[in-house]
Ligand binder design. Structure first.
Ligand SMILES: O=C(CO)[C@H](O)[C@H](O)COP(=O)(O)O
Length: 223
């Protein structure tokens, strides 16, 4: 069983006519976007808000009408993946490098449904290195300031050169060990000049759709 596919496809139950829908990035939400594309062809009326250039291209190929953040103030529902999630509905995101746009979209979403396979649901965040998007300007200085918080940030590379985000920035992957106070770390990181955004999503997700290898899908709602 493809647990990511199960979760992604299940999540489209939350999509209704006339919604503005945040379209996340990654290999799990891919399955949701594919299904949404199919439903749009059958007459579903939605407008999508893409969280990356990759998702924008996919949505265009599928004929999903899109709208940009410049012309909306609120999104009805966002479906997105995660690299880790805990029972507090706190997330680490940004494994695909789209964390800034993902967080901006999530921040104006009335509801955020997170789709993942069972391996992503963990007791404590932090095994997955936390992605932090930083400006290219002065990036070594920013890295030193983040290291002082107690981690060894690694500049993300792609094909042996620095990975550049859709926004023209770098990403540092930061191993902090177990993150027991995600809210505090989120705020501390974002206070560092040069940090554009970090991959901790706190108080954003309210629904988790978790696909299991045995074919079962769990849905958790934040109370
Ligand atoms: O945050 C993300 C991209 O920036 C993704 O949602 C996250 O990396 C999970 O991806 P996948 O569903 O491919 O495992």
């Amino acid at each position: 069983m493809d647990a990511k596919k199960l979760a992604g496809e299940k999540a489209i139950e939350f999509v209704k006519n006339d919604m503005i829908v945040g379209l996340g990035t990654g290999s799990t939400v891919y399955w949701a976007i594919l299904k949404i594309g199919g439903l749009v062809k059958q007459g579903l009326r939605i407008k999508g808000v893409p969280t990356s250039i990759q998702t924008e291209q996919l949505a265009n190929e599928l004929g999903i009408p899109l709208v940009g953040l410049s012309s909306i103030n609120q999104i009805d529902l966002t479906i997105d993946g995660a690299d880790e999630a805990n029972e507090e509905f706190e997330l680490i995101k940004g494994g695909g490098g789209a964390l800034l746009r993902e967080k901006m979209v999530a921040s104006i979403s009335k509801r955020m449904v997170v789709v993942m396979d069972e391996t992503k649901y963990v007791p404590n965040l932090g095994k997955f290195p936390l992605p932090v998007e930083i400006t290219q300007f002065g990036w070594e200085m920013t890295r030193r300031q983040i290291s002082a918080l107690g981690c060894e940030p690694a500049l993300r590379l792609k094909d042996n050169i620095p990975f550049i985000t859709d926004n023209g920035n770098y990403i540092l992957d930061c191993h902090f060990g177990e993150i027991l106070d995600a809210n505090k770390l989120n705020q501390t990181l974002n206070m560092i000049p040069g940090v554009v955004e970090n991959g901790l999503f706190v108080n954003m997700a309210d629904t988790m759709v978790i696909g299991n290898r045995n074919g079962h899908v769990d849905i958790f709602y934040k109370s």
